[in-house]
Design a binder for this molecule. Structure first.
Ligand SMILES: Nc1nc2c(ncn2[C@@H]2O[C@H](COP(=O)(O)OP(=O)(O)O)[C@@H](O)[C@H]2O)c(=O)[nH]1
Ligand SMILES: [Mg+2]
Length: 209
């Protein structure tokens, strides 16, 4: 059964960050998506000012063959619903982060989760790119702006980002970056890439109305 799990880094988080800063002028909803094991939970965990809420389920024999463990053999849980965290950027904009599984069997949840989101950061693992195809099929169906971050694991091959665009058959103007989901600063930079793109898209849509 799915459960809400507590956070092992809880004690490290700053008490003062528990409340949204009074300097915040704008709050936006962001999705963090990608296939199983790509680093969604890790990224939200590394950047969140609040103890992230996550609903996960232990891997069971029933999930064998459904969620591939190739490349992430040490992983013992799979997200079944979502991760939720919060990060304030530049003191005046707060991002509410919703980690959403990209597997096809969760697509029914997508419409609800995407509602009100300014954009999605899609994480990819270049060691198993084919597992991202379903996520990008979903992005194509949705009109949510997105940026792509290659999550770099220790044995990730060094593939230029423009080759990743080609391999994933993405539009050539897709904002691309790489990150290390376990590293806070690197994860924040990936989120900034998305926010800049999504806010640019929102301004453009506003100007065209
Ligand atoms: N070395 C390394 N391991 C990572 C990185 N990101 C995620 N992992 C590990 O990969 C596994 C899957 O990550 P997780 O965040 O649970 O993936 P999710 O299914 O997308 O939420 C976990 O064991 C993480 O510790 C990374 O940037 N570097
Ligand atoms: Mg997860």
């Amino acid at each position: 059964m799915a459960s809400v799990v507590s956070d092992h880094r809880g004690a490290d988080r700053d008490e003062a960050d528990r409340y949204v800063s009074p300097t915040v002028r704008q709050s936006v909803k962001i999705l963090v998506s990608g296939p199983f094991g790509v680093g969604k939970t890790s990224l939200i965990d590394s950047v969140s000012e609040i103890v992230p809420l996550r609903t996960e389920e232990q891997m069971t024999r029933q999930s064998l063959g459904v969620d591939s463990l190739m490349g992430v053999e040490r992983k013992t849980s799979t997200t079944v619903a979502l991760d939720f965290g919060r990060i304030t950027l530049g003191g005046d904009i707060v991002l509410y982060l919703y980690g959403t599984p990209g597997q096809r069997r969760f697509w029914d949840h997508w419409a609800g989760l995407a509602e009100g989101a300014i954009g999605a950061l899609v994480l990819v693992d270049t060691r198993r790119l084919e597992e991202s195809f379903e996520v990008f099929d979903q992005m194509e169906l949705s009109d949510t702006p997105f940026a792509v971050a290659v999550n770099v694991f220790p044995d990730t091959p060094d593939i230029p980002l423009d080759q990743v665009v080609v391999a994933l058959d993405l539009p050539t103007d897709t904002p691309m970056t790489s990150c290390r989901a376990l590293d806070k600063e690197s994860s924040i930079q990936a989120l900034i890439t998305l926010v800049e793109h999504a806010m640019g898209s929102a301004r453009l849509a506003g100007a065209q109305r």
